[in-house]
Design a protein around this ligand. Structure first.
Ligand SMILES: N[C@@H](CCC(=O)N[C@@H](CS)C(=O)NCC(=O)O)C(=O)O
Length: 233
């Protein structure tokens, strides 16, 4: 029986945060084009939201917008939230950090195109700092050395929404822009390993293989993706 409908564009960017989660837990879901809701119906749905992604939950007949809210909701439904207060709050904080990085890498969702100097300030100052925020969080809480890819998870010994979000952020970023793989490896080697481990989980691996076959290295789309490619290429 259908459990969820995800309304998003045929691109990874913000949608994959939710889609990787739905894949991980084996939920029955469909992805619909965001245009079925946005912009005409955005105000009319139960729990209106400004912009995609929208998550429709069949059992409650409710919609949720705001990617972090959708992910926290799913985390609670499927018991993928840390139990301790500190790490529970850090799970939300991690997803919000991810959303900030998405906003920054797209210059506020493409409101302004990148210039060389702005891009370099981002790539060589802000982005490494963000990567270290994730790395240091993981090392304080759950990530450990061990084996070639390391062990443990961002906020403890079990996989939570925070790991899915981290992989949706940096996994997609370095797949879409392989030039940034070295930046991640240098600034956040344990996070690089975590992303590989999350992306290798069977349901997620199958989904990403299909998505990447279909969408190639597409990231956020639009002129801002062209602008990013011009800077990185
Ligand atoms: N804070 C929102 C941001 C939503 C957002 O910016 N969505 C983009 C696609 S990733 C969009 O289509 N925006 C159009 C708009 O803001 O009107 C979230 O996390 O879901």
């Amino acid at each position: 029986m259908l459990e969820y409908k995800l309304y998003y564009w045929a691109l990874p960017f913000r949608g994959n945060f939710i889609q990787l989660f739905l894949e991980e837990v084996g939920a029955q879901y469909e992805r619909h084009d965001a245009g079925e809701i946005y912009p005409e119906r955005s105000l009319g749905i139960h729990n209106p939201g400004m912009a995609p992604p929208y998550l429709y939950e069949c059992k409650s007949k409710t919609y949720f917008a705001q990617m972090p809210a959708c992910l926290m909701h799913l985390g609670r439904e499927y018991d993928y939230l840390p139990r301790r207060a500190e790490t529970h709050t850090l799970a939300l904080k991690t997803i919000l950090d991810c959303n900030d990085v998405l906003m920054e890498i797209t210059n506020s969702n493409g409101q302004v195109m990148w210039t060389k100097s702005n891009w370099e300030a981002f790539r060589y100052a802000r982005l490494p700092e963000w990567m270290k925020v994730f790395e240091n969080t993981g090392l304080r809480h759950g990530l450990k050395d061990g084996g070639s890819n390391g062990m443990g998870f961002l906020l403890g010994s079990r996989l939570t929404v925070a790991d899915i979000a981290t992989a949706a952020l940096f996994g997609a970023m370095v797949y879409s822009f392989p030039e940034l793989q070295g930046d991640l490896q240098e600034n956040a080697p344990h996070i690089a390993g975590l992303c590989q481990r999350v992306e290798a989980r069977p349901n997620i691996r199958r989904f990403l293989a299909e998505q990447r076959e279909e969408m190639g290295r597409g990231y956020c789309g639009g002129q801002i993706e062209d602008s990013l490619r011009k800077m990185i290429g």
